[in-house]
Design a protein around this ligand. Structure first.
Ligand code: G4P
Length: 546
């Protein structure tokens, strides 16, 4: 939050104040988890507690009769997962909460990473029985690299799970973030009695709500009553908490905001237990939007004229309207629908006549937005991921770094009469950041597609067929490792077995190897060759991923 109370020259004092006040009410975060840990369930419960839905059961329709709120692609429905990111907005305790959904599939995808560039905090959901899982680990790394503060929710505490002290050790050892439990389970794993709230020592009894469709009743009792009623279970919990006190595992806002510690809550999303604690923590602990640094490292004041950046592109979300939606995170100022902004990359005016708030598959037109909010700009085909839009003083936010692709397939168009559609489809998918299209500089017409997670290829093939009528066959390759190279190195690499040279959209040449080991050997044998780490095609920045 900015402490600035002065207004900027030329800006109306009241307008500035209102932008600052609106920004201070915003909490923009994402839920990240390994599939099955309970992200969908928790999302739905947040909406229930935020009053956005009257009864749980709407987000992920179990029987397929009700339309799922965050499922809009046929593929999502087939697989029962959420691939596209949605933005859900609701109010809670007079705060505007923006919950950005992240793809929930097993493979890490760049889409999730980009969502994390647009949030101010993240809620990490862990399954109490499983703890840290592979996907969780990668997402934590991304949060750390982006300095995103993380709240941890240990879910499924109603079921048998791991010893919670062991879980804490595991979190700290594997991700290097110190968990600081705010609530602690009372009762053996599998026989949950409730939680001890370490902030005031009270006992919150676990009451099962009927299927968790409505808010859980909350019964809070003092420590003496808890000791009398819960006996050994309470004693064990207080002993564990004394241990936590001793090691200093206490809530520490400063280290939380720095991404070094993570306030931890225990609960059960299915039965709504602990959901309110967590949502209160989102409002009370997660930071409001802060001035975002521009490409030169200067903060853009929140009350400066409107500026935002595109973190996601999505085409054809609505099959009835072949449209492109650019999701823009507002960083400063007041966004007003219809305002003419400047597209930072081209310097051209960009009109925002069609601005929408997207709630799952439903769209409503929005008239204004403030820092922390996400605006969906419809018919935004000229925008790209990472682009800045601004009004007033120009600003360019740093480009969104893309990952070095780690998997490559050849994409063969089955029906040559659909060559144009095939090409157009690939261009579109690349623009949206679904896959990278890599072409042979020597003229082989079959492109290679590059991605970080295999699911990205499935999405590409599905969309090429469904949206562009181009059926493709994707053939796996043994290539695994990409390096930036130059024309002279490319010339000598062409003769090397197990190596391919391709050209990226921005013209850069990439050398692809079957293994890192092979590449390292070639590099040590030929120190003059240029084989540099791949940085995102957007420009400078760390290369997360390699
Ligand atoms: P995800 O989005 O992270 O993939 O997870 P999701 O919420 O879909 O939850 C995965 C499974 O875990 C679901 O069961 C869900 O009901 C269950 N679950 C979520 N939270 C809790 C909890 O607190 N306690 C218990 N016991 N279970 C929980 P499912 O059998 O796969 O689906 P369904 O038939 O219940 O929909």
């Amino acid at each position: 939050m900015t402490e600035a109370t002065e207004t900027r020259p030329g800006l109306d004092r009241d307008a500035s104040r209102s932008v600052l006040a609106e920004a201070a009410r915003r909490r923009t975060f994402a839920i990240i988890s390994h599939p099955d840990a309970g992200k969908t369930t928790l999302t739905e419960k947040f909406l229930l507690y935020g009053g956005a839905i009257a009864e749980a059961g709407a987000v992920k329709a179990r029987d397929g009769r009700r339309r799922a709120t965050s499922d809009w692609m046929a593929l999502e429905q087939q697989r029962g997962i959420s691939i596209t990111s949605t933005v859900l907005q609701f109010t809670y305790r007079d705060h505007v909460v923006n919950l950005l959904d992240t793809p929930g599939h097993r493979d890490f995808s760049e889409d999730t990473y980009r969502v994390l560039t647009a949030v101010d905090a993240a809620v990490m959901v862990l399954d109490m029985a499983k703890g840290i899982e592979p996907q969780t680990l990668k997402l934590f790394e991304v949060c750390r690299a982006e300095h995103v503060p993380i709240l941890t929710f240990v879910n499924k505490a109603d079921r048998p799970g791991r010893d919670p002290l062991e879980l804490l050790d595991d979190i700290e050892a594997r991700i290097g973030v110190r968990p600081t439990p705010v609530t602690w389970p009372v009762g053996e794993p599998g026989a949950l009695r409730g939680v001890l709230d370490r902030r005031d020592g009270t006992f919150v009894r676990f009451v099962r709500s009927v299927h968790g469709a409505t808010e859980a009743a909350e019964e809070v009792v003092g420590p003496d009553q808890a000791a009398a009623e819960e006996g050994p279970a309470w004693r064990e919990a207080t002993e564990a908490c004394a241990l936590l006190d001793e090691v200093g595992a206490d809530l520490d806002v400063k280290t939380f905001l720095a991404g070094e510690s993570s306030p931890l809550f225990v609960g059960s999303a299915l039965t709504n237990f602990g959901v309110r604690h967590l949502l209160d923590a989102v409002v009370d602990l997660a930071p409001p939007p802060a001035p975002r640094l521009d490409a030169a490292g200067r903060p853009r004041p929140l009350e400066a004229p409107f500026a935002g950046f595109v973190f996601k592109m999505q085409a054809n979300m609505d099959p009835a309207h072949r449209d492109h939606v650019a999701f823009v995170r507002v960083c400063s100022g007041r966004f007003a629908r219809g305002m003419v902004t400047t597209h930072g990359t081209t310097g051209k005016p960009f009109a925002t006549k069609y601005a929408a708030a997207l709630f799952g598959a439903e769209r409503t037109t929005i008239d204004e937005a403030f820092p922390g909010d996400v605006v969906g700009l419809v018919n935004a085909s000229e925008l790209r991921i990472g682009d800045t839009l601004h009004a007033g003083d120009p600003v360019t936010f740093p480009p969104i770094v893309s990952f070095a692709p780690e998997l490559f397939v050849t994409a063969r168009n089955v029906d040559t009469s659909r060559a144009k559609q095939f090409r157009r489809g690939l261009e579109q998918l690349e623009r949206e950041g679904v896959i990278q299209v890599l072409v042979d500089p020597r003229g082989d017409p079959t492109p290679l597609l590059g991605a970080v997670g295999p699911m990205q290829f499935d999405v590409a093939a599905h969309r090429l067929a469904n949206e562009f009528g181009a059926t493709v066959v994707l053939e796996p390759t043994a290539l695994r490792d990409a390096r930036l190279t130059d024309a002279s190195t490319a010339d000598v690499l062409v003769g090397e077995p197990g190596v391919r040279v391709v050209r990226r959209r921005d013209g850069a040449l990439l050398a692809l190897f079957e293994s890192r080991f092979r590449r390292e050997r070639l590099a040590s044998e030929h120190p003059g060759w240029r084989l540099d780490p791949v940085v995102g095609d957007g420009g400078p920045g760390a290369n997360l991923g390699s």
